[in-house]
Design a binder for this molecule. Structure first.
Ligand code: PLP
Length: 376
């Protein structure tokens, strides 16, 4: 199998699976237990939290484990609005956020909030100026992703944070950094966001574990799950120790070779852009992050391309994997001509991706172009 869908999810390295196995079998104690094995597990949990927090450069006590990026996004939107409930009932976000943020915003609309959804330009870009222009005195929360999962565009979070401090310092800023974490270098300090959500399975960790950074401007954050008091009393439930162990190990592995891996990703993306550009009728779209390349084989429906390549053992995606065949809201927001929009595909890369993988994919795309009739 040639796997070019690392923005959907990533393979778990053996060392990550081993770290999880140990915690599932030998070292299985509940970190809340008061005997030696429980206390030892609590110390390990603290260590794993420090590892993940270290990669964000935030204090470990400000990092809360969640079940996934979707949970972190939902919590961030609701907690940000709750914190600023006296400031106002307006949210600024973008039309190209992941459904995790969009659906949380729609839920807030049903609670009486007004949401401004900003559209990108034809290439997926959104400027800090456009975001700041939408901010009003009653804006409780701004939520803008760091890296778009379908296009790879990187959004100017640091500039938005700086502008917000001048225009409306009380407005809180959330960024969904699920696709940016360990792909574009950042720390919560340099970003300046109050809430930052991440997910393990995009960086070689297991599915079913993520984390949310909650900054100190959220003085007493609204608990997501009241109960036994885990995660500082904000997100109860026995900690998913094996998932967390796997998350920390994945972070450790990626961090140990980060600059080398980022250079490799950038090289692979550049190589793929060059190879694909030589295919007739192919247009590249958006871009910025080193691991995502979006393109349109104008006129050839994207789902047919995905099916054809899948039959040859090549995994790419037609827009976000979360949409399963439904037209992507991200592509729709670009307002491209119908034939271009209906033909958008996404290739996304990991440390394991080789030039040979790209060559095989390019060849399959070229054959699809030459042997199939355009239908759009
Ligand atoms: N946000 C972005 C930008 C994503 O790409 C994804 C996953 O595709 C998510 C949030 C959701 O993360 P999870 O799958 O961990 O719920």
């Amino acid at each position: 199998m040639i796997y070019l869908d690392h923005a959907a999810t990533t393979p778990v390295p053996r060392a990550v699976a081993d770290a999880m196995y140990e915690v599932l079998t030998d070292q299985f104690a509940n970190p809340s237990a008061q005997y030696a094995a429980g206390l030892a597990m609590k110390r390990r949990l603290d260590q794993w939290r420090m590892t993940v927090a270290g990669a964000l450069d935030c204090p470990p006590e400000r990092l809360y484990f969640t079940s996934c990026g979707t949970e972190g996004d939902t919590w961030a939107v609701t907690a940000g609005c709750w914190q600023n409930r006296r400031l106002g009932r307006h949210i600024v976000t973008t039309a190209v956020e992941h459904s995790a943020v969009l659906e949380a915003c729609r839920w807030m609309e049903r609670q009486g909030y007004e949401v401004t959804y900003l559209s990108p330009d034809r290439n997926g870009a959104i400027s800090a100026e456009a975001v700041l222009a939408a901010v009003r005195p009653d804006t409780a929360l701004v939520s803008v992703m760091l890296v778009n999962n379908e296009l790879g565009n990187v959004y100017p979070i640091t500039d938005i944070a700086r502008g917000l401090r001048e225009k409306n310092p009380d407005t809180l800023l959330h960024t969904d950094a699920v696709q940016g974490f360990l792909k574009v270098p950042f720390s919560v300090g340099t970003l300046g966001a109050d809430l930052v959500s991440i997910s393990a399975h995009k960086i070689g960790g297991p599915k079913g574990i993520g984390a949310l950074y909650i900054g100190q401007r959220l003085r007493s954050p609204r608990p997501l799950i009241p109960g036994g008091g885990q995660e500082g009393g904000l997100r109860s439930g026995t900690e998913a120790t094996a998932q967390i162990a796997g998350f920390a190990k994945a972070v450790e592995l990626r961090q140990a070779r980060l600059s080398e891996q980022l250079a490799h990703l950038a090289h692979i993306r550049e190589y793929a852009a060059q190879q694909l550009s030589a295919i007739p009728d192919l247009e590249l779209i958006g871009g910025g992050a080193p691991h995502i390349l979006a393109a349109s084989l104008v006129g050839w429906p994207s789902q047919n391309i995905v099916n054809d390549l899948s039959a040859q053992g090549i995994c790419i995606s037609a827009g976000s994997a979360c949409h399963r065949g439904k037209p992507s809201h991200v592509v729709a927001a670009l307002h491209l001509p119908k034939r271009t929009a209906g033909s958008v595909i996404r290739l996304s890369f990991g440390p394991e991706t080789t030039e040979a993988d790209i060559d095989a994919c390019t060849e399959a795309l070229r054959r699809h172009h030459d042997e199939r009739m355009p239908m759009l």
